[in-house]
Design a protein around this ligand. Structure first.
Ligand SMILES: Nc1ncnc2c1ncn2[C@@H]1O[C@H](COP(=O)(O)OP(=O)(O)OP(=O)(O)O)[C@@H](O)[C@H]1O
Ligand SMILES: [Mg+2]
Length: 289
């Protein structure tokens, strides 16, 4: 077994990651050659899980920022604490390090979750740091990043709300890794792990929940299907019913689990409830339910 394959196995084991060997291999390669990594994928495909695992595996110093339209430069870089500045002046102790300044000075990982939500002005502060590997903190000092400074970012391509376009300049500075939905068998394993299912009947719950969700992704009436979170929620709900071989219960649980996780295509006259019901019935009828 070569070194990279061994690292992949170690990461899978340590962080309970199911599958994703190819993706992990690519991420490890990028990390070994010191490149910043941008992980792109739809909602719920496992971007945060992979990014977190890789940075925890390689870097003792882990600095995280979850982006929104309100993520300003000072949230990323750091800021002066006004009362401390008044009493002590512009000294090191009066400065509150943000995740970027910490990662650069301690030589750790900066994990930027949903970088596509970061406003452009904030992206620019990052750009200089990535480019020149220096960060100027006026009145204090210039931080020169240590060799281990490293960025892992996640990008959700079809998020609609609060998204700024990720600048070409930023994209140019990352190695790009795209992740897609996993194979059904792997998704079933993830569902079982998340809901802690065991035994024969539970295997069936996981299979049916996965299949229902998979169909939402290819249904022409839906613009957006559900991620694995829909199957996890559905499996968790249905396993709490007194009986889980009732069609009525499956429909009820599926509506609860999936209603907010799917979006109708324009001009579709059926309701979400009708579409979910049809999908549940088709899956239950075709399985040995
Ligand atoms: N390969 C995997 N092995 C084990 N669990 C996984 C795997 N992929 C995803 N999961 C689980 O699925 C759920 C969704 O994953 P995660 O939060 O990483 O997705 P995401 O792509 O970051 O989602 P979002 O786009 O909403 O930020 C989590 O509960 C996570 O633990
Ligand atoms: Mg995420």
């Amino acid at each position: 077994m070569d070194d990279i394959t061994e690292k992949v196995r170690e990461i899978q084991k340590k962080f309970k990651i199911i599958g994703r060997s190819e993706e992990l291999k690519k991420i490890i390669l990028a990390r070994i050659v010191g490149k910043n990594i941008l992980i792109e994928g739809e909602v719920g495909v496992g971007k945060t899980t992979l990014a977190q695992a890789i940075s925890n595996y390689f870097d003792s110093d882990f600095n995280r920022i979850d982006c929104s339209e309100d993520t300003l430069t000072h949230n990323l870089v750091g800021h002066w604490d006004p009362p401390l500045v008044i009493s002590n002046g512009y000294i090191e102790d009066s400065y509150v390090y943000g995740p970027l300044a910490s990662a650069m000075s301690n030589g750790g990982c900066l994990f930027i979750n949903e970088i596509n939500r970061m406003p452009e002005s904030t992206q620019n502060a990052l750009l200089t740091a990535l480019d020149e590997r220096i960060l100027d903190i006026p009145k204090l000092k210039t931080i020169h990043a240590t060799d281990n400074f490293f960025v892992v970012a996640t990008l959700n391509p079809s998020a609609h709300v609060g998204v700024s376009v990720l600048g070409e300049a930023i994209k140019d500075r990352f190695i790009w890794i795209k992740i897609d939905y996993q194979k059904p068998e792997e998704e079933i394993e993830i569902i079982k792990q998340e809901v802690k299912l065991n035994g024969d009947l539970d295997d069936k719950i996981a299979r049916i929940s996965q299949e229902i969700v998979q169909i939402t992704r290819n249904n022409p009436s839906l613009r957006r299907g559900s991620s694995i979170r829909g199957s996890i929620d559905l499996a968790a709900l249905i396993s709490q019913y007194d009986t889980n071989n009732s069609t009525k219960n499956w429909i009820e649980a599926a509506i609860m689990a999936l209603y907010n996780k799917i979006e109708l295509e324009d001009g579709v006259s059926k309701s979400k409830k009708e579409i979910i019901t049809e999908i549940v019935l088709s899956v239950l009828n075709s399985s040995d339910f």
